[in-house]
Design a protein around this ligand. Structure first.
Ligand code: ADP
Length: 216
């Protein structure tokens, strides 16, 4: 609220800088807290049947709203695909991949596609961005590792993919990257389609599903 009259142009610009660095710090703190929770083993998944396509559609809608003037077309392909997963975490996984695609792509398209293959479903995020050099492709999944030019590095914390990789692994899923420098990237996440096929490998991290209460 500008109670004592409107701010000068300079004051407004300074305020905007402060606000942006505040946002950046908060995102960094959130990421660090997330990662430490994932590492301590305290973190638990709360699984249920989740429509991967529905979550992807929601993420795509939100990402479209953040495009601003960027000449990127955001496409969504696929149809209902149910996975056995923690919906909030699935949103975080897809949100991170779409967020990166939008952040690093100057122009062209970002395509989010969802499909089922027998006992698994996958979501792929493909972009026409700068691509990732072969020698960096495993490093970027580690904490604080960033590729690309300095400008791109400043734009994030370097924690997003490390968190994403851990979340996918906890679901018994996989994440794959196909990319070439100068030719865009495609990240593909595969998740188990139902409880019957979900591996029992991480029992400590799973919350038993609540049995729905009988209607009276
Ligand atoms: P951040 O985006 O905060 O830097 P991430 O862990 O999400 O951290 O990503 C790590 C690095 O991987 C990025 O800094 C960038 O160099 C590279 N990267 C991730 N996604 C893409 C993409 N879609 N296109 C090009 N480079 C990417």
């Amino acid at each position: 609220a500008e109670v004592d009259g409107p701010l000068s142009e300079e004051a407004r610009e300074n305020l905007e800088i402060v606000r942006k660095s505040g946002d950046h710090l908060r995102a960094l703190i959130d990421d660090i807290l997330d990662l430490s929770g994932l590492e301590s083993g305290e973190f638990q998944l709360s699984r249920g049947n989740v429509d991967l396509y529905g979550v992807a559609a929601q993420v795509a809608r939100e990402a479209r709203a953040t495009l601003g003037g960027k000449r990127i077309e955001l496409q969504l392909l696929g149809s209902t695909s149910v996975v056995w997963a923690d919906e909030r975490r699935v949103r975080q996984i897809i949100g991170n991949l779409v967020g990166n695609a939008v952040k690093f792509t100057r122009e062209g398209f970002v395509e989010v596609s969802v499909a089922s293959h027998g006992s698994t479903s996958h979501v792929a995020v493909k972009d026409t961005g700068p691509g990732i050099a072969a020698e960096m492709q495993s490093a970027i999944f580690e904490e604080f590792q960033q590729a690309g030019d300095l400008h791109a590095r400043r734009a994030g914390s370097g924690l997003g993919l490390a968190i994403t990789r851990r979340l996918v692994a906890m679901h018994g899923g996989q994440i794959e990257l196909e990319s070439r420098l100068g030719e865009g990237s495609r990240f593909t996440v595969t998740l188990p389609a139902s409880a019957d096929v979900a591996p029992r490998s991480a029992p400590l991290n799973e919350v038993p599903e609540r049995t729905p209460r009988q209607a009276i």
